[in-house]
Design a protein around this ligand. Structure first.
Ligand code: ATP
Length: 301
């Protein structure tokens, strides 16, 4: 029986600027995405026509729905509908990416399911056509498909690749429980009150730092407009971020809507030092190391 296996990376936002919500309630963003070597693995196997089954293992698997509301199942169904595929699919996902951790785990699985089912069914969809479907699934899904390093605008779904140098060493601290992205955005609106922010823009210093490929400059330029809201909701994360500073992280910030915290290290040895300090601090549930940028969702077998 044919099986297609895809490795799909988490995303981090190394710059995240957020504007005022529009009439539809959505916030415009200007973000710099980086895909990192922290992967969920998505396997797609042939199944009877109309049968869509999902098995989940690993990080947070027991918290997630297995039905149509799972983004990976939605992705498979959307692709089948778009290309008139009658066959079904058995999906198995092994998760490493924290659920509701600000790492776009759901979007990652959706991108992985698109790539896996596309290969299994031989739809012949172009990369652009897959990206158009990805946009219908969520703002982060097009980037999870492409990976690498890119600027995202609109709601994050309009992607422009960034030509930049450098390989970055990250340490990630997982928190005990996740945070709802919607609630973090609502907290940001409360904090801002009547002070309307300017139109979102990617900071020039971050773009210059990325062009230079200098991790020290990138560390200084890391930026996340959501961080204040996340820290309001999880004050204990301040201490986690401070620990990164104590161990000379080049930069420490909350990943997306959090609660995962990110630390940029100068090299692999430094990343190990930060990871050991975090792991022995008792301040986080799990620590991971990852490098970026890496390509988006790709077939491995
Ligand atoms: P983002 O940064 O994209 O806003 P996040 O990384 O904070 O999201 P996700 O892990 O993507 O959070 O999960 C957000 C919610 O999406 C979960 O609470 C879950 O109910 C839902 N979801 C649906 N399918 C999946 C999936 N395959 N993996 C993770 N979450 C999923």
């Amino acid at each position: 029986m044919t099986t297609v296996t895809v490795r799909a990376p988490a995303k981090i936002n190394i710059g995240l600027s957020i504007g005022a919500p529009g009439a539809d309630g959505h916030h415009p963003v200007a973000t710099v995405y980086q895909a990192i070597s922290l992967y969920d693995e998505i396997k797609a196997r042939e199944a009877e026509p109309g049968s869509y089954e999902l098995k989940l293992t690993g990080e947070g698997a027991d918290e997630l729905p297995l039905d149509e509301s799972n983004l990976a199942v939605r992705a498979a169904r959307l692709l089948a509908a778009a290309y008139g595929v009658a066959d079904g699919v058995n999906l198995s996902i092994h998760k490493t990416i924290a659920v509701a951790g600000g790492l776009a785990g759901g979007s990652t699985d959706a991108a992985g399911a698109l790539v896996a089912c596309d290969a299994l069914w031989g739809t012949g969809a172009s990369r652009q056509e897959l990206s158009d479907l990805a946009t219908q699934l969520g703002s982060d899904v097009p980037f999870c498909l492409t990976g690498g390093l890119a600027v995202g605008t609109g709601r994050g779904e309009t992607i422009s690749p960034v030509l930049a140098r450098g390989r970055y060493e990250w340490v990630l601290a997982y928190a005990d429980t996740g945070l709802s992205t919607g609630e973090v955005y609502a907290e940001l609106d409360r904090l801002r009150g009547l002070d309307l922010p300017p139109a979102p823009a990617v900071p020039d210093d971050l773009m210059a730092a990325l062009r230079s490929g200098d991790p020290y400059a990138v560390g200084k330029a890391l930026h996340n407009d959501l961080q204040a809201a996340t820290l309001r909701m999880r004050p204990a994360l301040r201490r986690t971020l401070e620990l990164g500073e104590e161990f000379a992280a080049l930069g420490s910030l909350v990943s997306g809507s959090g609660p995962t915290c990110l630390f940029l290290a100068s090299d692999e040895d430094h990343a190990v030092d930060i990871a050991v300090a975090l792991a022995s601090s008792g301040m986080c549930r799990t620590v991971h190391r990852a490098t970026g940028p890496v390509p988006g969702a790709r077939i491995v077998t």
